[in-house]
Ligand binder design. Structure first.
Ligand code: CA
Ligand code: CA
Length: 292
């Protein structure tokens, strides 16, 4: 039986100061009801002026936080994404980067389709935007990605993926939200198809920190996710951390790791719109079969 956390239990930052709303044993399944990135404050009509009326400080709510028994700093929390269900209506408030003009769309979500009013239809492919644990180093607003996770906005965080997060505080204090029914690398207009949802995860623990940054494991690759003030900086952080993983977890020499990265490791952009921008280095399973 899975635990459930209702959408009433939301936080707008990751911090040890938040009391857990639920404590589970490692290996537990948890269903988290999530609000959209506007915390449900936006009307379901396309109204650019509505943005002016939302309460500040309520962006990107994460449902939780959930404590895991036995989690301590120096360990890794693994969140296996078992399912992501989306509500029936999404929102896109797209900011034109050249003019700052807002374009608003309210797509319908039904079955496996995301359909816009003009008839454009795309396949539903949900992503979790915000997923993280309380950091060891204070409080991070949910707008911002970091070593604790947070606003990762990474297209690899989908059903079937495992997200590895370095535990920063006792209990880990896990939360997630900001589901996107659809999102591309870069998230260039500022958001995906923002939608309320229901996320099912299995939370477990590993005894070590395998990487000081969030890592996402998919069927095809292992991605190291970094965040910095510039893409240059984030890219170099991702490449460096991935090289260390290739040596420490993949058994490659440092020289081989350098070469393998250049030949086989895709360097991708998660998003360029959050207070810190995000990159990821994707190591194919051929050079890093599994993280653990
Ligand atoms: Ca986001
Ligand atoms: Ca979002």
């Amino acid at each position: 039986m899975a635990y459930r956390v209702a959408r009433e239990h939301r936080v707008y930052s990751f911090s040890r100061r938040h009391q857990p709303v639920l404590t589970v044993e490692p290996g537990s399944e948890v269903v988290l009801e999530t609000n959209d990135c506007f915390d449900g404050q936006m009307p379901h009509e396309a109204d650019p002026a509505a943005l002016e009326h939302i309460q500040p400080g309520r962006g990107n709510p994460a449902t939780g936080l959930v404590a895991v028994e036995g989690a301590e700093p120096g360990m890794t929390l693994v969140a296996e994404i078992l399912d992501i269900a989306c509500a029936e209506r999404g929102i896109v408030y797209a900011t034109d980067r050249r003019t700052n003009v807002l374009e608003v769309r309210i797509p319908a979500i039904s079955g496996d389709a995301v359909t816009f009013a003009d008839g454009l239809t795309f396949s539903l492919d949900p992503v979790i935007g915000v997923i993280g644990v309380a950091p060891s180093y204070g409080e991070v607003p949910n707008s911002t990605p970091g070593r604790h996770g947070g606003n990762l906005d990474c297209c690899d965080v989908k059903r079937g993926a495992k997200v590895y997060l370095p535990v920063g505080v006792p209990g880990a204090l896990f939360g997630c939200g900001d589901v996107h029914a659809l999102q591309a690398d870069g998230e260039v207009c500022g958001m995906g198809v923002e939608v309320a949802g229901e996320v099912t995860v299995r939370l477990s623990l590993l005894p070590e920190v395998y990487c000081p940054w969030p890592v996402v494991e998919t069927t095809s690759h292992v991605a190291v996710l970094t965040a910095a003030h510039t893409l240059d900086e984030a890219a170099h952080q991702a490449v460096d951390a991935a090289r260390t993983l290739l040596v420490e977890r993949g058994g490659h020499s440092d020289a081989d790791a350098l070469i393998l990265q250049s030949l086989l490791c895709d360097l991708r952009i998660n998003q360029i719109v959050d207070p810190l921008v995000g990159a990821r280095a994707c190591l194919p399973r051929t050079v890093l079969p599994a993280l653990v």
